[in-house]
Design a protein around this ligand. Sequence first.
Ligand code: HEM
Length: 446
Amino acid sequence: MASLLRDARDALRHLMIARDNMVAAWPKSYYRREMIVEKLLGRRLVIVNLPAGVQHVLVSHADRYPKSPSNDQALRTLLGQGLFVSEGPLWLRQRRAVTPAVHTGRLPGYAAAIVQAGEEMLARWRARPAGFEVDVTEDFTLLTAEIISRIMFGFRLGEKVHELFDAFAAYQASHGRVHMAELLGLPNWLPRPSRLRGRRAVARFDRVIMEIIAAGRARNVTDFEEFLALLINFRDEQGRPMDPSLVRDEVASIFLAGHETTAITLGWASWLLETHPAVEERLVAEVRHVLGSRAPTIEDYPRLTYTRAVVEETLRLYPPVHVFSRRATADDEIAGVKIPRGTFVTISSWVLHRHKLWWEAPEKFDPERFLPPRAEKNERFAYIPFGAGPRICLGKHLGLMEAVLLLAMIVRDWRLTLRPGHPVEPLGRMTLRPRLGLPMRIAPRP
Ligand code: HEM
């Protein structure tokens, strides 16, 4: 009885805090437990913390666990039927259609574009007075947005990026919070004022997205593995082109899925490095040894092993996509826990990546855990920054390479230090960001 009450209290507390900040809401006990069943107002929610259970839900039985529709409601208004939220045959067709755009053979070209855009940002930094301050999450977001637009759509965003960001910020302000109504599974038709504001923001966002698509059509792209060309030139078995609204949804999805995550990773890495000088020193030594004073190329990527471990460890402690919500479409059982059809199944990579049973000193920033021989001991399904199974991140290799190359370029020549006294608090909403940004002083590294 006491434990039932404790569970109910935990669940209620969880829901209340989750509305503001999902990662602060997880009770301490969850970081030790393998499977958690919550029951609230008749809704059954199972939280899976067991690596074999994660594999079950995301990989081996993924067909029984589609993305939870209520949870994705916030994204659907913006992304329509795009890859991130669609399901079933439509998702499969679209995923197959765009996969050539992230083929490893394309990575060298992407690396060159990433480095070029990175150099443009660093040139802007050089032009500023020594020791200036920026919120690095903003600079990195501008950078990665420009990169995704150039490599996926062949479009230089330039100043237009601000229009997209303003619209997106307005959208997040109306939809970013996990709505209580959604958490409790209340019917979708219930009016929610935030939706109207959200729709207005989408219309502003769409003006730029439509311009990108129109430019792609006018350019008559001949590179048939280019993302936008794959959408524009697509023909189904009956020879019909892709519906223009779906082209719009996919462009919006790749734009959003493909930049914010990488930008946040660079932000968290910059902050972790300045608070861990020994790691920073070793990282700078590697980068200077591998690159000397020249710009990186794709050939350097496999040689930047410690840099990659720093990025992987950053993604463990601060996974930008920090929660996976699924809903069981059939009765099932995971590790002896009954999962009746309709159960909401949640995997929090934030909890999983800091779980006491799967990680030694989980709170410690220790990139070496991703280097051999220690890396071999890591539980495969206790580490899912890019997800797993059929819905694994489409841009996994691209995003990782991008973060490694950009981090190498930044730390070689620049020292970033947080504004003294600035509070850094992870805020788990749609993505996991620092609540008040990361204002950092940027100075040349001696
Ligand atoms: C560090 C960078 C990145 C991280 C941490 C990340 C993380 C993730 C995660 C965890 C998922 C799976 C979500 C789920 O199963 O519910 C996902 C999906 C996705 N990501 Fe990424 N991502 C990153 C970069 C990128 C990039 C650069 C692209 C651009 C191509 C991209 C495109 C996508 C797409 C399209 C999906 C949906 C895939 C599907 O459902 O079939 N991501 N990402």
